[in-house]
Write a protein that binds this ligand. Structure first.
Ligand SMILES: Cc1ncc(C[n+]2csc(CCOP(=O)(O)OP(=O)(O)O)c2C)c(N)n1
Length: 562
């Protein structure tokens, strides 16, 4: 029973389970992140999916969790479901195995009956995918119970204590809000913990370090051809090239192997591909794309990589991004720019995030984004953590989401607002140029006026003006300085999926395209409504079978002309 408070009224709710008899943790490292055993009943059952032996559990399961297992006399079971699934060919699909365990341990049905029902259900669920998939799932059910082990809880767990985790450099928001919400403690936060205007701190996904991948890439330096394609396709910015001057490598960990930079522009630099194992989701796209004759990336179990690469990744964050040495508009060169979309919680292998990531590498420091509802608004702005981040100068995409249907108009409004502010800025600059000015200020103002619609020129003269005018505290030059956030020409973007672009937001999109204004539109055409589970959109091709269009698509895909 829980109590929700509305002013002075207390409403009792009975729908939340606060004292479970049975808890299952399907991702081993969640025992380190969440209070998974909160409220579990004495003598209850705890099922863990892990590859740990009892000795390893001593190291991996936090002391307070081990003590709860001991104190509450829990029936503690472990199964290495991933090992079974991988052996059968199911990859990391462990749901049938975990369901079989649930029915064995929970006693809600006689286990034989439950297993038969599961197998019948497998036919219904996977029949369309063919016999091979059905048989693999049935095999998974059959191989479960022999591998389900009751853990003999050691006496020593009675006195187990959690080690203090060393504080990192996280901000107050991360400590006081984000971590609490992520640990399922959001209900306990007061309203005052949040900002009144709904603004969330940027770049906080990097503090999550979820470690959810089963396998992560290992870089084999000797095979690497330095093409950066692995980084280009990574949906999570969890693998990036490190380009360093030799002096930046002083104090590097021993395993921080680097190569001589290959190709024009790289002569003075050392090169390395750095994997960030705790933010990787294990999709394997990097290893698949690697074009080297003998692959330079191979997927290895997280536990074999994490210790060494965690430290190497940490070290790599101190090395600056080498912008300007390779062409920004190339696959290889773009990857030397900081992704301003890092470590989103998008699904492993997401096909949307790599496109957005590379756009942030090309334009991120001056971008605005109006985002339709859809997957991209979920991985782009899931409270409490935010993957859009800023560079070392504090510049990055300004992102907001209004509604599913109005993203185009919303972005158009952002563009018009900036355009009108810049127009008025230009007239102030003209006015100022008619007054007596120092030579430097005059040159900077003239340069800005001439180049205001050019990204590089407006940034260059804008930077000069910020320096020259920072101490001015009255008059027209102060008014100009106060508009410094629009000195640089913006890159305005509207993001959305095909459900937005072809169906629900099409009218606004058409209107904005017809305006001919300088606004960019990215349609992430996944050919279904991905975020709501796979309904067909007008972009779904004829005959395609989607989750919620089980009998296929009757009419053809809507095509954009021109
Ligand atoms: C007016 C309106 N209708 C329906 C929804 C529910 N809804 C949210 S996202 C979404 C699907 C988005 O699909 P798509 O635009 O293709 O983006 P994707 O998730 O595939 O990236 C729907 C139907 C909504 N938020 N607003």
């Amino acid at each position: 029973m829980s109590h929700l408070r509305f002013g002075d009224v207390k409403i009792k709710s009975t729908y939340l389970i606060e004292n479970p008899d049975f808890v299952a943790c399907h991702k081993a490292n969640y025992v380190q992140i969440y209070d998974v055993l909160k409220g579990i009943k004495e003598g209850g059952t705890f099922l863990l999916n892990s590859q740990w032996s009892v000795q390893e559990m001593e190291k991996q399961i936090p002391g307070d969790v081990r003590k709860t297992i001991y104190d509450k006399k829990l029936n503690f079971y472990n199964i290495d479901a991933v090992a079974i699934a991988e052996k059968i060919g199911l990859g990391n699909r462990i749901n049938m195995i975990m369901q079989t365990c649930f029915f064995k341990l929970s006693n809600v049905l006689p286990v034989e009956q439950a297993i038969q029902l599961l197998k019948d259900d497998i036919q219904v669920m996977f029949g369309k995918k063919g016999d091979a998939v059905v048989n693999m799932n049935i095999k998974a059910v059959d191989q479960t119970l022999d591998n389900l082990l009751k853990v003999d809880v050691p006496e020593s767990w009675r006195d187990a204590v959690s080690e203090e985790t060393p504080a990192d450099s996280a901000t107050a928001f991360v400590e006081n809000v984000m971590r609490k919400i992520n640990a399922q403690g959001g209900d306990d936060l007061p309203v005052s913990a949040f900002s009144v205007d709904g603004v969330f701190e940027q770049g906080t996904a990097k503090y999550e370090k979820r470690g959810v991948a089963i396998n992560v890439p290992e870089w084999l330096s000797e095979n690497c051809i330095q093409c950066n394609q692995c980084a280009f396709v990574c949906p999570h910015a969890a693998i990036i090239p490190i380009v360093a001057k030799p002096e930046e490598l002083e104090g590097a960990p021993e395993s921080f192997v680097t190569l001589d930079g290959k190709g024009k522009g790289m002569e003075e630099y050392r090169f390395r591909i750095q994997v960030n194992p705790l933010d990787c989701q294990g999709c394997g796209n990097c290893a698949d794309i690697c074009p080297a004759k003998t692959k330079a990336l191979v997927m290895k179990h997280l536990s074999t990589q994490v210790e060494e690469q965690k430290i190497n990744h940490q070290f790599s964050t101190g090395i600056s991004f080498k912008t300007g040495i390779l062409k920004r508009e190339t696959v290889k060169g773009s990857q030397l720019y900081q992704p301003l979309l890092e470590f989103s919680g998008a699904c492993a292998g997401c096909g949307e995030t790599p496109y957005v990531k590379v756009i942030t590498q090309l334009f991120g420091e001056r971008m605005t984004i109006a985002n339709a509802t859809g997957c991209s608004s979920i991985w782009g702005g899931s409270a409490p953590s935010t993957p859009y981040c800023t560079n070392a100068d504090g510049q990055g995409p300004a992102w907001a989401s209004s509604l599913f249907e109005d993203a185009a108009e919303y972005g158009y409004g952002m563009m018009l607002a900036t355009q009108s502010r810049r127009k008025s800025l230009a007239s102030r600059v003209k006015q100022a140029l008619e007054t007596g000015l120092s030579r430097e200020v005059k040159e900077a103002l003239e340069g800005w006026l001439k180049g205001m619609d050019d990204a590089q020129e407006s940034a260059k003269y804008g930077f000069a003006l910020k320096t020259l005018l920072k101490d001015v505290n009255h008059g027209i030059l102060k008014e100009i300085y106060d508009e410094k956030d629009v000195f640089t020409k913006k890159s305005h973007w509207v993001f959305g999926g095909d459900g937005w672009a072809y169906d629900i937001g099409f009218g606004g999109l058409d209107h904005v395209l017809a305006s001919g204004e300088d606004i960019n539109i990215l349609v992430m055409d996944t050919e279904v409504y991905s975020n709501t589970g796979g309904q067909s959109s007008k972009a779904t091709p004829t005959g395609a079978i989607a989750k919620y269009a089980a009998s296929g698509k009757k009419i053809g895909k809507k095509i954009w002309a021109g």
